[in-house]
Design a protein around this ligand. Structure first.
Ligand code: KG4
Ligand code: ZN
Length: 342
């Protein structure tokens, strides 16, 4: 089955064609990051306008790269939640229009489920159940992936995502948006012990996290140093920020797998590209006897392939939707998208 999938939840306009889910025939990503970098973060209005400009072109390129035409497509999918609502609507409306014109099914896909599915593309042997960590600019969540379309949220952030903490502190250190990757590069040159930032937990919710305190503590540390005319060692601070995130996330992920008797852990999302987080996940999973699945960096950030792959499993589960399918800015990954208003 060939699925054309569209991803437009944030600042990437992406399209991909999958064959029976895990085989990716094409993957086209148009990144708007340069445009938003002027403002130090994503400007929703600019994002949706750029999606409108690029969506047809990107979908055409995905078909061409797969050596296919629209007539060869068996279903059309799009990310319908969560994300910037206007940005989501551009991709979903484009995909619904294609599906209607072709008289083929439309498959709405949850963005976080898509991030998890990046692992199915990278690792053909991976099957649920397993624990997934999805860490991105907007989300930090531990999921119990019970089946391809059955998810339970084990833990989530109560405020900022880990990526938000990276991006805001990177900005304070003068790094361009999106700062996570640049901060990661600096951290690799840093030495431990110079700074100490908080590792917060949530009372009564052992799997939940809070990153706003970490972000504020790092920002205050930078401000205080600036006011006193003191030099900040950016490398050492970057290492402490990344270590604080990894220290918060990794033990919870390992414990979630251990508690359920699962043998596998998968990571996904832009922040899963972080070298300190990857290193700590590798060390702790190995110690706990867990198989760890870490997709290549290209599949960690937003892309159409992960949506095209997850769409196949949603289709097999009967999760197709009529033309009045809506989009949602927020939605837990456990909810079935196309049944929300049923
Ligand atoms: O998954 P993604 O591409 O988009 C969302 O769904 O949000 O994630 C983007 C986030 C940004 O916050 C970016 O700074 C962060 O992933 N990121 C990183 C790294 N590469 C990207 N954070 C830390 N270390 C990295 N190497
Ligand atoms: Zn994402």
């Amino acid at each position: 089955m060939r699925i054309l999938a569209i991803e437009s939840s944030c600042d990437e306009t992406a399209a991909s064609v999958s064959l029976d889910g895990r085989t990716i025939l094409s993957d086209v990503v148009y990144s708007q990051a340069d445009m938003h970098a002027l403002y130090g973060g994503v400007v929703p209005e600019i994002a949706s306008r750029k999606h409108i400009e690029k969506i047809s072109l990107v979908a055409d390129q995905a078909l061409k790269a797969a050596n296919l035409t629209m007539a060869d497509i068996d279903a059309v999918a799009a990310t319908c939640a969560p994300g910037l609502i206007d940005a989501l609507l551009v991709g979903a409306n484009f995909a619904k229009a294609c599906a209607q014109a072709l008289d083929k099914p439309f498959i709405p896909v949850h963005h976080i489920r898509g991030h998890v599915a990046a692992n199915y593309i990278a690792f053909p042997d991976l099957k649920p159940p397993f624990i997934a960590l999805v860490a991105s600019g907007g989300h930090t969540v531990i999921l119990d992936v019970q089946d391809y379309t059955r998810f339970a949220v084990v833990g989530t952030t109560r405020d900022d995502a880990a990526g938000e903490a990276f991006d805001k502190t990177a900005r304070m250190l003068g790094l361009p948006y999106p700062g996570g990757a640049s901060l990661d590069k600096l951290a690799r040159e840093g030495k431990p012990g110079t700074y100490r930032l908080p590792r917060a937990g949530v009372s009564g919710a052992p799997y939940d996290f809070s990153f706003s305190g970490l972000k504020t503590a790092a920002v205050n540390l930078i401000h205080n140093a600036q006011q006193k005319g003191e030099e900040i060692c950016r490398e050492d601070l970057a290492l402490e920020i990344a270590t604080a995130v990894a220290d918060t996330v990794v033990p919870r992920v390992v414990e979630a797998a251990r508690e359920r008797g699962y043998t596998a852990v998968a990571a996904a999302g832009g922040v899963a590209a972080n070298s300190i987080l990857r290193g700590m996940l590798q060390a702790r999973c190995e110690k706990a006897g867990l198989s760890l699945y870490l997709p290549p960096l290209k599949l960690c950030g937003d892309n159409g392939s992960m949506i095209a792959c997850q769409a196949y499993y949603e289709y097999l589960a009967g999760n197709t939707a009529p033309a009045d399918q809506n989009c949602y800015a927020t939605m837990p990954a456990g909810e079935d998208l196309c049944r929300v208003e049923a």
